[in-house]
Design a protein around this ligand. Structure first.
Ligand SMILES: O=C(O)CCC(=O)C(=O)O
Length: 387
């Protein structure tokens, strides 16, 4: 017999078999040959109903990643020595005579609500979201975002708003002067002297949107336009979320070039509820959701919008309530394996398109070209929600 001198150190539980070694009469004993990693073997005699035999078979049948690492101690040399081996190194057992193996218990069939509902309320909510998501996917139109001409306020409310369903309106901006006026050159000529808030150095920080105040600086609009026109594709600078520019004197006049949607919005232009977005091709607004319903109105250039239904929120590694660590352009499946189940909708909006972004819908937005957009937050229907 050889003794393995392996150096197993992760000992969770030691099984001392001294007392389990049979002392009964030889005719009842089972000869048990243990075969170990590396070709080592050890023979012991045990009673057929000995708990140790059960333990040994259990060590043999448990998948390595599920097994607790146990250390067996087998007396040898008539009790003067011992063979120690970790459960994971047991590769086979031979017995003489054969013994009947314990039959594993079958899992109970699911019968009662208690069986299927986990106790943890968070898990219960996740199960509920999974159900809603499975149901929404049954629709033949799942994943398609309609592009339609405008409808009455009541119809919008019933078909989209209360159903929390995104839609693109194709004609709502037809009367906007901005559609024909606004472009980088126009901004530079007419508003180049105005001071605006813009984000810079975003590439240095993965959570640039969460830490946006650190990235926000005041610059002359004309200088920013030059940077956008000369800098090519980049996500390093952007007049992005919460820039506050419509509240700044000099910039406010741009509000005259855009119009409200009387059926869907409150009837005065509110600089605090109107946002201005301008930046280079490659500017990215990372994955987040808004705590109220909004319209994203595309004035110049195209944007790609990736959307995820709120029913998949639990897959998104959320931080700061409404931000996600996931980059949908480059999903890290190793770090977030749950993303393999994620359903993403992808649309492109161009000049004149108005995307209704329902509250709670996750979105990540990339400018495909130099881009100018407006978003409206002043919807005429109930638009305050608790998060
Ligand atoms: O256009 C963008 O870059 C982002 C728009 C957005 O995220 C929003 O309106 O909530």
């Amino acid at each position: 017999m050889k003794v393995d001198r392996g150096t197993e150190t992760m000992i969770a539980e030691q099984i001392n078999v001294d007392s389990a070694i049979a002392t009964a009469d030889d005719s009842q004993l089972v000869q048990v040959m243990l075969m170990l990693d590396g070709g080592h073997q050890c023979e012991i005699a045990l009673m057929p109903d000995s708990p140790l035999l059960g333990e040994l078979f259990q060590a043999l049948t448990t998948e390595p990643e599920k097994s607790e690492n146990k250390l067996f101690q087998i007396p040898i040399e008539e009790g003067n020595g011992a063979l120690y081996f970790p459960s994971a190194s047991l590769v086979a057992i031979a017995t003489d005579p054969a013994v009947s193996l314990p039959i594993p218990e079958k899992p109970k069939p699911l019968e009662t609500r208690e069986d299927i509902e986990p106790d943890d309320p968070v898990q219960q909510l996740e199960c509920q979201l999974n159900i809603y998501h499975k149901l929404e996917k049954l629709s033949p139109n799942y994943g398609k975002i309609e592009r339609i001409p405008h409808v009455s306020g009541q119809e919008f409310l019933e078909r989209f708003y209360i159903r929390n369903k995104p839609v693109i309106f194709t004609d709502l901006m037809d009367n906007w002067k901005a559609l024909s006026l606004w472009n980088p050159q126009y901004f530079k000529e007419k508003y180049g002297h105005v001071t605006v808030g813009a984000q810079f150095n975003r590439e240095s920080n993965e959570q640039y949107e969460w830490y946006r105040e650190k990235h926000q600086k005041m610059v002359l609009f004309g200088e920013f336009v030059d940077q956008v026109l000369q800098g090519g594709e980049t996500n390093d600078y952007y007049i992005g979320a919460y820039n506050g520019n419509f509240s700044r004197e000099g910039f406010k006049r741009l509000l005259d070039d855009i119009e409200l949607f009387p059926e869907y919005l409150t009837d005065t232009k509110d600089p605090h509820k109107t946002a201005f977005w301008f930046g280079p091709s490659g500017a990215i607004t990372p994955l987040h959701f808004d705590i109220l319903n909004t319209f994203l109105c595309q004035v110049y250039g195209r944007k790609r919008v990736r959307l995820i239904s709120p029913n998949q929120k639990h897959l998104l590694s959320v931080y700061g309530k409404c931000y996600s660590n996931i980059d949908l352009e480059n999903p890290n499946l190793e770090r977030y394996p749950q993303l393999k189940d994620l359903d993403i909708m992808e649309i492109t909006i161009g000049p004149g398109d108005v995307l209704f972004l329902p509250v709670g819908w996750w979105h990540q937005v990339r400018s495909l070209e130099v881009s100018i957009s407006i978003s409206y937050l002043n919807l005429a229907f109930e638009n305050t929600f608790n998060f």
